[in-house]
Write a protein of this length. Structure first.
Length: 262
């Protein structure tokens, strides 16, 4: 997935296609108009993408999140559309929060020595960068904030949720999928003629390992692992080929394989 691949998504409101770089600016114009006549409340436009510290990818989600939604609601949505495979743990973290080191550590040691355990526990909680899943979006999110999210602490998928803007309007349902990258043009690495449908999880770290059904049979002749257990479907998610992930349950129409235009 290091190849440069065009990434674009369709606007939920008008159906027009925009690039990954431009879709959220466009969505903002719709939300600003809705905020003028919609039901009063608080909501956020949130961009979700893979953590750029580990290399950007073409995958993205544009979500409209109600202020009353909890982080658990967002966590479940991300699992359902992009991530869930084996019930792994997950966490939201605020990188702007300080790590529990230095002066805070010394202060904590003093509290323990004095037997002030409750104050120590409160300091620990306030200094921890992991945010409880019970917190509501309106208590955590604000324009410009970028949260880190991690699913599966072993074979991790790490995401960044960036708050593009805040609106004085309520959403229904609590999380609305405004846009998502269309299925990516991932072609068969062997024949190069048709879209890939399967990926070899053993070979993917060393070489392009996405194959069409016909070439997958050829690959299985030289890779016994692929034939036995290492074949997973090509899906529209940054977790493709990781652990046992085989696709989501939200927006399944756009979770499939790229279709060549006739």
């Amino acid at each position: 997935m290091e190849k440069k691949i065009k990434s674009e998504g369709k606007c939920l409101f008008c159906g027009k296609m925009f690039s990954k770089a431009g879709i959220n600016r466009h969505l903002s114009t719709h939300l600003e108009k809705i905020a003028q006549s919609g039901k009063a409340g608080t909501s956020f436009l949130v961009k979700v993408e893979t953590d750029k510290r580990w290399g950007a990818t073409p995958y993205f989600l544009s979500l409209w999140v109600d202020g009353g939604a909890t982080l658990k609601n967002i966590d479940q949505f991300l699992r359902d559309i992009w991530l869930e495979c084996c019930g792994h743990l997950s966490a939201f973290r605020n990188p702007q929060r300080k790590s529990f080191v230095g002066e805070n550590f010394l202060e904590a040691m003093k509290l323990i020595e004095k037997g002030k355990i409750k104050k120590y526990e409160k300091l620990m909680e306030e200094d921890d960068d992991e945010i409880p899943m019970s917190r509501k979006a309106k208590e955590v999110l604000d324009k410009g904030l970028a949260l880190e999210y991690e699913y599966d602490f072993g074979s991790s998928t790490e995401l960044t949720l960036t708050v593009i803007d805040k609106y004085a309007v309520k959403t229904d349902p609590k999380i609305v999928l405004l846009s998502r990258n269309e299925p990516l043009p991932i072609m068969c690495a062997m024949c190069g003629k048709v879209p890939a449908t399967q990926i070899c999880t053993v070979c993917m770290d060393e070489e392009d390992a996405e194959f069409c059904d016909q070439c997958a049979q050829k690959h299985a002749e030289t890779c016994s692992d692929f034939k036995d257990y290492a074949s997973l479907p090509v899906v529209n998610s940054p977790r493709m080929g990781i652990c046992a992930y085989d696709g989501g349950i939200i927006d399944t129409e756009r979770d499939g394989v790229f279709v060549l235009k006739e």
